[in-house]
Design a protein around this ligand. Sequence first.
Ligand code: ADP
Length: 796
Amino acid sequence: MNVEELSGLPPGALEHFREMGIESLYPPQAEAVEAGILEGESLVAAVPTASGKTMIAALAMLSAVERGATGSSGGKALYIVPLRALASEKRAEFDAYGEFGVTVGVATGNYESTSDWLATKDIIVATSEKVDSLVRNGAEWLTDLTCVVADEVHLIDDASRGPTLEVTLAKLRHLNPALQVVALSATVGNAGEIADWLDAALVHSTWRPIDLRTGVHYGNSLEFGDGTTREVPVEGAERQEAALVRDILAEGGSSLVFVNSRRNAEAAAARLSGVADRELVNVERTELAALADEIREVSDAETSDDLATCVESGAAFHHAGLAAEHRSLVEEAFRERLLKVICATPTLAAGVNTPARRVVVRDWRRFDPSAGGMAPLSVLEVHQMMGRAGRPGLDPYGEAVLLAKGHDEREELFERYVWAEPDPVRSKLAAEPALRTHVLATVASGFARTRQGLLEFLDETLYATQTTETGRLETVADGVIEYLVSNDFIEREREGADEDGDADGGDGAFTSAADLAARSSRTERLRATGLGHTVSRLYLDPMSAAEIVHGLEAAAERPTALGCYHLVSRTPDMYQLYLRSGEDETYGELYYERERELLGDAPSEFESARFEDWLAALKTGKLLADWASETDEDRLTERYGIGPGDLRGKVDTAEWLLGAAESLAAEIDSEWTVAVREARARVEHGVREDLLELVGVRGVGRKRARALAAVGIETPADLREADKGLVLGALRGEKTAETILENAGREDPSMEGVEARYPADDGEVVLETDREREASDGAERTDADPDESQSNLGDF
Ligand code: ADP
């Protein structure tokens, strides 16, 4: 089907597709059009990775917007992404629709807002968590939606995030029963079941734009599922993956190597950089060196440096511990074929468009805490990684390879992955943490006002269509209602129960206690309390909120920053750091030292699992406290064995949880609101109390603030009046100093002709030239506490 044959799209859209190199539709796209996506029909598209699912979504969204523009009702589309990182990628892609007047917005930011400005946008991109929070906060524009796309809908199977996606889709359909739902999925075993649930047509296809050959490497040979083989000899002590990368590089192809942990990704990249390096030509070396410099500038942590070192040799690692800028630099250089090999954890397989001629799935098992050991990856995960093989138009075909060490393993890998049918998607909604959150939200936002109404709403979920166990959802839901009532998040109102009882009594019929209970629970009204509403709007797991509320109520004196950080770190909403071996002792000692600061009752040492959790929270809390005491980033990543991206993640989560804690404190009239607010501000900026005012000036981060404070400039008012030479000496860079003075509201921020000055030990101010002489005499300052000195060393 040619794009010219498509009707109902905004004028200019076809032009845009042609410019993108899309002349005719891929077969699954044509099937989707035949199924009616241009006319508002719902659809589940279960299609392999990289087979043009985004185009299916685009056709549905654009025709919905166009129908709205020409009709009376107004058209508006929502694109739900599984990861925040993908939101900006999709926005960048859809932004081009601006050429023909279709506007795009990304719903990000905190979970409390309704983002009303989005009401004017035609297409909105958001994560399922964000959409869920918009529903909870009653964003009115949600009822205007005419089309919703759920990307990677198979993630409904994911225990931690799947239930939110599932409930969100159910709620959006509940709000607007005529809504067009387009669910994009990898090939899964039960796409038909998902289509039934969504009342949607189904396009189920195994078609790919480029041939994919999947197989297993064992010994010196690579054998494919279609029976063909290719010799890939392993030389001497060489590893299999190195032989495979070298082999494909010799014919100009790049590789993606998937491993099971961040550490393994880094180690493998370091080793494979030797292989890549041999094939580089001089211009590539120059470009790679420039890329390495850019990478080093992103952050001062060791990971940044390690990555840059690999990149100089044409290799890279990629995992969720990297900063977002690192990831996008690496992805782009790989797409431009400058980088020859990336060693990645499976995050890269999830939706990032980085195809390679050869994909090597080196590890097919990974550590699974719930199994207490190594567990095999799911078929879906391995197929997603394999699907990254082959760049349409660039490679003749794609190859995806698993590695076997022995004959039996080779057989097993063929059975388990190469010939395997894809797994089915199973709802995880009945898990308690998921229901806890969603039951409260459903009651608080008025989707259900009675127990019966709640059960009816839950009946609209995929879980309900899949479960064969009668009464299971009801039992779990009752347990959750009980928990929410006992923590004062919802209350029951037994309206009308009495009259029923009287009526029965009048009949003189015998009514058993069980009958009575059943009837009164049917008519039982459920209502969120003020606290419950707050918790739901804040997007907290009710269990996190309960922990925070109890902690604040238990505090007899003003909580310290560490106390606050520990409190939020022990909630289920914070992904805690693990205790490494021997650390239970280290943190056990810290616990006895700082016990008084921790809020609430500690578990007894004899409850070993709970006590260990408590200490793991202490480790996480200490990381946050160190960050808020201005410890350098690279020191923290080293001390806690984490990547710079992890540090960012913890800081962001803590900021959000402490913001929520502040609202909860206000809700329960706690006297510690200010203490919590201050702890939040400190973690947000990574500074001690004395710098909180200075970091409020745009452009002043933790290091610049400390450098300014060191020369006696402690407030924005000081910045407006201080000696400009001193400001320049502290901030270096004239442009920086000027901008900051301007942001602080200084009347004349110009640095023209100003010479940097530094206070000498006796308090006198010295000029740049004098200081250089001192430094060359060896009179550099030394600091007793290295943690304190970073403010003078840091990059700006
Ligand atoms: P998926 O979402 O299925 O993983 P994408 O939608 O990202 O895959 O598509 C992969 C690539 O194929 C993109 O670069 C896209 O521009 C391109 N593409 C999609 N449809 C067509 C088409 N009909 N003709 C040519 N290229 C296409």
